[in-house]
Design a protein around this ligand. Structure first.
Ligand code: 2IT
Length: 445
């Protein structure tokens, strides 16, 4: 495989899409050696086929706000690759969403879903709709208008969306209500549903829990334990919330959370009632974390700053792509960080990953560490298809097994001669093999 040539082609064919290019570059650079040793991939032009999404839908979403004015947004669904199962991946509602964002996410999702051990292809969708400051009724009207178009392209065995940034239980409810009406069926077409109407127990917690299980596995492999570690999380949404619950349950001390307005440092640790308050803050939908410091005197607020300047043992970006830069990585390394685990998708820039790996800091990529979310989505699909529901213990056991399998695969394909585990390489190769081999077996079609 000529990585430089393929990347030049991807860049030329996808102008103005730096996120997609970043995601593709990371994968191709880490699987290059493996592909070179296995000529079947080049013979079947697997890489060239994998960097091209199966199809992309883009549509206009028009809805009426509370003032009676017409609003227009863009909706998208990127169906990236369904070699190993129906397209599966979340919907992101955020003003920054473009086709570039969703192509990078759909590409990542393909590898991530492959790692989960479950039969799910990769997809992603969303809108530039900004839920911030919108009333519940406005969000409902938007979701209904969005689904009035999206429902044509999805189905329980075709493409199964879920939540992502800006899409939680409230939005999934409105989306599912409209789908059910239009399609005249009550199936597992979306995951992250409410518990009363087909949702899986632990799905809201799964991304954060899975991230902490993954960190635990990494530490165990290094002969360390999570108990007593100081952890900085970024964000204060669903992912950071789940991670905070599990990390404090396992005896770690979460000292930072953050928002677009700055970060919180709480020397006493963020646990118990403070974690519930994270959710309360999220429900205010103002996207600010500062009120946390007004409520808890032990918490300090640092306006306009990122949590990566704090002295911690473990850093877990849980917010959005490229939130941890090369400079942030250098600061963390200078402060003696032991482990950085992306729980957001592509939370670190390429420079940040390079710095961390150069310093031999343990580093996990999002597509491995955050796969617990989509993993439990896969379990929700299984429960829906079987018209059954599993207990918390059953789901948690399966989530543990998923995260352990991903960790083992990363170690299998990513361990270097000096014993350092390159989790990025391991995750990319393991995720690649299943999709690539399936594409070969399924023929050119
Ligand atoms: O990035 C992700 O894996 C998600 N937003 C969850 C996707 C899913 O289908 O549960």
């Amino acid at each position: 495989m000529d990585v430089k040539k393929i990347l030049a082609d991807v860049e030329a064919k996808n102008p103005g899409q730096p996120l997609f290019l970043q995601a593709v570059t990371e994968v191709l650079e880490t699987i290059e050696d493996y592909v070179a040793k296995n000529p079947k991939y080049d013979n079947n032009k697997i890489i060239e086929r994998m960097v091209e999404p199966d199809r992309i839908f883009q549509f206009r979403v028009e809805w009426i706000d509370d003032k009676g004015e017409i609003q227009i947004n863009r909706g998208f669904r990127v169906q990236f690759n369904n070699a190993i199962g129906p397209y599966k991946g979340g919907l992101r509602f955020h003003p920054s969403v473009t086709v570039d964002t969703l192509k990078f996410l759909g590409f990542e999702q393909t590898f991530k879903n492959s790692l989960t051990t479950l039969p799910m292809g990769g997809g992603k969708g969303g809108s530039d709709f900004d839920p911030k400051g919108k009333s519940d009724r406005e969000v409902m009207r938007f979701c209904q208008a969005f689904m009035a178009e999206l429902y044509k392209y999805i189905g329980p065995d075709t493409d199964v969306p879920a939540g992502d940034i800006g899409v939680g239980g409230r939005e999934i409810g409105f989306l599912y209500g409209m789908y059910k009406k239009l399609a005249r069926e009550n199936t597992g077409v979306l995951t992250g549903k409410g518990r009363g109407w087909g949702g899986s127990i632990l799905r809201p917690e799964a991304t954060g829990f899975g991230g902490v299980y993954f960190v635990n596995n990494m530490l165990k492999k290094a002969g360390k334990e999570i108990k007593g570690k100081k952890i900085a999380l970024s964000g204060f949404g669903n992912v950071a919330w789940g991670a905070a619950i599990k990390a404090s349950e396992l005896g770690a001390k979460v000292v930072c959370i953050s928002g677009p307005d700055g970060y919180i440092y709480d020397e006493d640790g963020i646990s118990g009632e403070k974690i519930d308050y994270m959710d309360t803050l999220l429900q205010t939908r103002n996207n600010v974390v500062a009120p946390f410091a007004q409520k808890y005197p032990s918490a300090k607020f640092f306006a306009g700053k990122k949590p990566w300047e704090a002295k911690v043992d473990i850093a877990m970006p849980c917010a959005i792509q490229n939130e941890l830069t090369g400079e942030d990585a250098k600061q963390l390394i200078a402060n003696g960080v032991e482990l950085v685990c992306e729980v957001s998708n592509m939370g670190c820039t390429a420079e940040a990953i390079h710095e961390l790996q150069k310093a031999k800091v343990m580093f996990a990529p999002g597509k491995a560490a955050n796969a617990g979310g989509v993993g439990v989505s896969g379990l929700e699909m299984s429960q829906n298809a079987g018209h059954i529901s599993w207990t918390e213990q059953e789901v948690d056991q399966r989530l543990h097994a998923i995260m352990e399998s991903i960790h083992e695969n990363c170690v299998k394909y990513g361990t270097q001669a000096d014993g350092y585990v390159n989790y990025v390489k391991g995750a990319n190769i393991a995720g690649f093999i299943k999709v690539a081999d399936s594409m070969i077996e399924l023929g050119i079609c």
